[in-house]
Design a protein around this ligand. Structure first.
Ligand code: PLP
Length: 452
């Protein structure tokens, strides 16, 4: 059996180029990280060959004695990493990723068309939390359940808990979801618990973005207040791509959470678990209990603060005015440019981050998202910048201040480029900057040289 270089030089070459790209660029996408070499070894192992439908000790296939040991170890480490008492909390480590984990929870505790409330997509929430517009049901969550999103207060950039309470009182959801993809602050779990209790709803936290920070106790602990906590494993937690569902070992609102969630994962929505991922996750969760991991997570937050304060010094408007976690959200609208154009110019200079919507008034939100794939959703007004990946690469506050300065240079180039580009359409701009006539190429190349 040949190695990859001999068996498939084409795929080998693509992997090598991607590796180069990852190591040459400033990776600032808030949901990304560089996992450990040991995790990659486990993910690339023979564990991928084995079928093991079911749970440890209760499998539908033979030959699972080692897989049982692995999954049990992974479960134990997951509970330990989040400081949980195994008598009160259980965990399922089989979800294939974050979106499936969330849908498995909904399947477990809700009936089709039951009501739920998550943070609005345009205000930092995730699609799997049920975003919809008057014209479109965008995600499976909004197709199979009835969803009404809560939002931020647009002037403070913070979750509007008063409004959430008022809306929940009218909408009477069965589930309230905390958690976000682009929210630079922590959640007020005691307040959300109170709101959930006042309407008889479950409270779930999707801590995908911040699970590393939670494990290191850098942010508030959602387990003290929530019935269920879901997460991806590949963001701040720094593991392989995957998901986990933590549940109270209790009957809540008439549902035995352990049975319902385990059944929703398999046979409800999944077949055989990805044992190679579970192997990698077990390794990551061992790291997550080390003093080095705690120091890393503290550095992630300090770096993000340094980035936020430098950007503020440079005159940028940050959503919520700063950051308590691993990401900042920059509102570019006062500069007359948008996130898509800045993302493109920075990409050309090997700085990788993503365009992101900034909180827009309710009446504009449907217009933006009804145009998905057309125009508006592709030109949101801001950019999201995250610190986990470059902190893994050893960056400290000093380097993150330099990162802010590089981004600023890219923004200035974008402003000039937008002025020079003929026509106002995003597509024209993209074509123009990629064309030989793009006169600011030297400035972009100069920035790229310094970044790399
Ligand atoms: N939940 C949140 C809060 C996320 O930010 C994301 C992804 O970015 C997900 C869930 C979905 O995870 P996945 O892409 O692994 O399905």
């Amino acid at each position: 059996d040949n190695g990859l270089s001999e068996a498939d030089p084409e795929v080998r070459a693509i992997i090598d180029m991607e590796k180069q790209r990852q190591f040459k660029s400033l990776e600032l996408i808030a949901s990304e990280n560089f996992t450990y070499r040991a995790v990659m070894e486990a993910v690339g192992s023979c564990l991928t060959n084995k079928y093991s439908e079911g749970l440890p000790g209760k499998r539908y296939y033979g030959g699972n004695e080692h897989i049982d040991e692995l999954e049990t170890l992974c479960q134990r480490r997951a509970l330990d990493a989040f400081h949980l008492d195994g008598k009160k909390w259980g965990v399922n480590v089989q979800p294939l990723s974050g979106s499936p984990a969330n849908f498995e929870v909904y399947t477990a505790i809700l009936k089709p068309h039951d009501r739920l409330m998550g943070l609005d997509l345009s205000h930092g929430g995730h699609l799997s939390h049920g975003f919809m517009t008057p014209k479109r049901r965008v995600s499976g969550t909004s197709i199979y359940f009835e969803s009404m999103s809560y939002r931020l207060n647009e002037s403070t950039g913070l979750v509007d808990y008063d409004k959430l309470e008022e809306m929940a009182d009218r909408f009477k959801p069965k589930l309230i979801i905390a958690g976000a993809s682009a929210y630079p602050r922590d959640f007020d779990y005691p307040r959300m618990r109170k709101i959930a209790d006042s309407v008889g709803a479950f409270l779930m936290m999707d801590m995908a973005h911040i699970s590393g920070l939670v494990a290191a106790s850098v942010l508030a602990n959602p387990f003290d207040y929530c019935d269920i906590v879901t997460t991806t494993t590949h963001k701040s937690l720094r593991g392989p791509r995957g998901g986990m569902i933590f549940f109270k070992k209790d009957t809540v609102l008439g549902v035995d959470l352990e049975t319902a969630i385990n059944n929703a994962v398999f046979p409800g929505l999944q077949g055989g678990p990805h044992n190679h991922t579970i192997g990698g996750l077990a390794v990551c969760l061992k790291y997550a209990q080390s003093p080095e991991f705690k120091a890393y997570q503290n550095q992630v937050v300090s770096n993000c603060r340094a980035l936020a304060s430098r950007l503020t010094e440079l005159g940028y408007k940050l959503v919520s005015g700063g950051s308590d976690n691993h990401l900042v959200l920059v509102d570019l609208r006062p500069l007359g440019i948008d996130g898509a154009r800045v993302e493109k110019i920075l990409d050309m200079a090997s700085i990788t981050l993503n365009k992101n919507s900034v909180p827009v008034p309710l009446d504009l939100t449907p217009a933006i998202f009804d145009e998905i794939g057309d125009k508006s959703a592709v030109v949101p007004g801001g950019i999201r910048i995250g610190s986990p990946a470059m902190t893994t690469r050893g960056f400290t506050e000093k380097e993150f201040i330099a990162v802010a300065d590089y981004i600023h240079e890219g923004v200035l180039i974008t402003i000039d480029a937008k002025r020079t580009a003929s026509g106002s359409k995003l597509q024209d701009f993209m074509k123009f900057v990629a064309s030989p006539e793009f006169s600011l190429k030297d400035r972009v190349s100069d920035l790229q040289r310094r970044v790399e």
